[in-house]
Design a protein around this ligand. Structure first.
Ligand SMILES: Nc1ncnc2c1ncn2[C@@H]1O[C@H](COP(=O)(O)OP(=O)(O)OP(=O)(O)O)[C@@H](O)[C@H]1O
Ligand SMILES: [Mg+2]
Length: 299
C-alpha cells in the first residue's frame, strides 16, 4: 500500500541550494533536499551523481560553497557545537576505516560520545541505548569480539548499531545494505521503516537497489550529474522513462500484483537477446495430461 507523504510537516533537516565542490571542481549544483520526521527519503542515481556528497554535506562533513543546511530550529548547522549537532544527526558513511584492538561493544559505545562529559560520567541512558542498538542489529552475541575479526556484513551491522546508539532525530545512511545478506537487507529496511514510523526519525538513505527504494521510501530523490532530476513518491519517480534515461539502460517497471509498488527490472543485453520460453503448463511438463492438451494455444 502506498504511503502518503505528509508534505505539510516541517523538515527536520534541510539542505537549500547546495553547491558542493572538491577543490575547485563543483560536483553538486544547487540541490534542495528536505528530510521530514517520520519519512524515509531515498536518494538514488548513477555512480558519481553526487549522492554521498549531498549526504555528507547534510551531516556537516562537507562544507557547502553556497547554500546552507538547517535544522528545524537552527538556521545554519555550522553554528552548532559539534556535540550538539551529533545529538541530533548521525550518518553511516559509505566507507570507514576499521579500528584495531577494540571490541564491538566499544565501537557501538562510540555512538554515545555526544552525551558524555569529559569523565564519561553523565550518560545515564548510555548502557540501555548501547544494549538496544546491539540487540536490534543482531550483533549482541558478538559484542565481546574484536571488530577487526568480523565479516563485511557483520561489521556493517556494527556501524549501524553505532549510529542507532547515538539516538538522533535524523539518520543518514549511505548504502547501508552493502555487504548484507538477504535476511539482513530486509531486516535493515524493516528497521529503517520502524524508526521512521514508530520513532518519528527523519531518514535519508542512499540506495542502489531500486526495489529497496520502492519498498522502504516515502519519497525518492533521483540525482543525475549533481542535480535533482526528479523527486516524488516511488510511483512518480520509479518509471521506465525516467530510469532508462538516467541510468542509460532499459529498465522495465511494473506494479507489484499485491502491494502495487513499482518493481524495477533493468534489462541486460543478453536477456533482451533471448527468446521467451514457450508457455507450457507445469502439470503438462510432468506428463500428467496428453501432450496435445499441453500445446500453447495457436495464434
Ligand atoms: N574525494 C574526492 N575528490 C575529488 N572528487 C571526488 C571525491 N569524492 C567524490 N568525488 C567526485 O564527486 C562526484 C560525486 O561523487 P559522489 O561520491 O558524491 O557520488 P555518488 O553518487 O555517491 O556515487 P556512488 O554511487 O559511486 O557512491 C563524482 O564525480 C566523484 O568523482
Ligand atoms: Mg556514494
Amino acid at each position: 500500500m502506498a504511503r502518503s507523504f505528509p508534505a505539510a510537516l516541517p523538515a527536520a533537516l534541510s539542505g537549500a541550494n547546495l553547491h558542493l565542490s572538491y577543490g575547485t571542481h563543483e560536483v553538486v549544483h544547487g540541490v534542495d533536499l528536505d528530510l521530514t520526521r517520520g519519512c524515509v527519503t531515498a536518494l538514488i542515481g548513477p555512480n558519481g551523481s553526487g549522492k554521498s556528497t549531498v549526504l555528507r554535506s547534510l551531516a556537516r562533513l562537507h562544507r557547502a560553497e553556497t547554500g546552507a543546511v538547517s535544522l528545524e530550529d537552527v538556521e545554519d548547522v555550522m553554528t552548532l557545537h559539534p556535540k550538539a549537532f551529533a545529538r541530533r544527526v548521525t550518518m553511516l558513511s559509505q566507507s570507514r576505516p576499521t579500528p584495531g584492538g577494540v571490541t564491538v561493544r566499544d565501537v557501538v559505545g562510540f555512538g554515545r560520545h555526544p552525551y558524555r562529559g569529559r569523565f564519561r560520567t553523565s550518560d545515564p541512558d548510555g548502557p540501555r541505548a548501547i544494549e538496544h542498538a546491539l540487540d536490534i542489529t543482531g550483533v549482541s552475541e558478538m559484542a565481546g569480539r574484536g571488530v577487526d575479526e568480523l565479516s563485511g556484513g557483520e561489521l556493517q551491522r556494527v556501524w549501524l548499531a553505532t549510529c542507532l546508539a547515538q539516538d538522533t532525530e535524523v539518520l543518514l545512511l549511505d548504502e547501508p545494505t552493502n555487504h548484507l545478506d538477504l535476511r539482513y537487507q530486509m531486516d535493515l529496511l524493516d528497521l529503517v521503516r520502524d524508526l521512521a514510523t514508530e520513532h518519528r526519525v527523519a531518514i535519508g538513505v542512499v540506495l542502489h537497489d531500486l526495489n529497496h527504494a520502492a519498498t522502504v521510501a516515502d519519497r525518492v530523490v533521483l540525482l543525475q550529474h549533481g542535480g535533482v532530476r526528479a523527486v516524488g513518491t516511488p510511483g512518480e519517480v520509479l518509471t521506465t522513462e525516467l530510469l532508462s534515461e538516467v541510468y542509460g539502460i532499459h529498465v522495465d517497471v511494473h506494479a507489484h500484483p499485491v502491494s502495487q509498488r513499482p518493481v524495477c527490472e533493468p534489462r541486460s543485453r543478453h536477456a533482451a537477446a533471448r527468446q521467451p520460453a514457450p508457455l507450457v503448463p507445469h502439470h503438462a511438463q510432468l506428463g500428467r495430461i496428453p501432450a496435445e492438451h499441453a500445446q500453447p494455444a495457436a495464434v
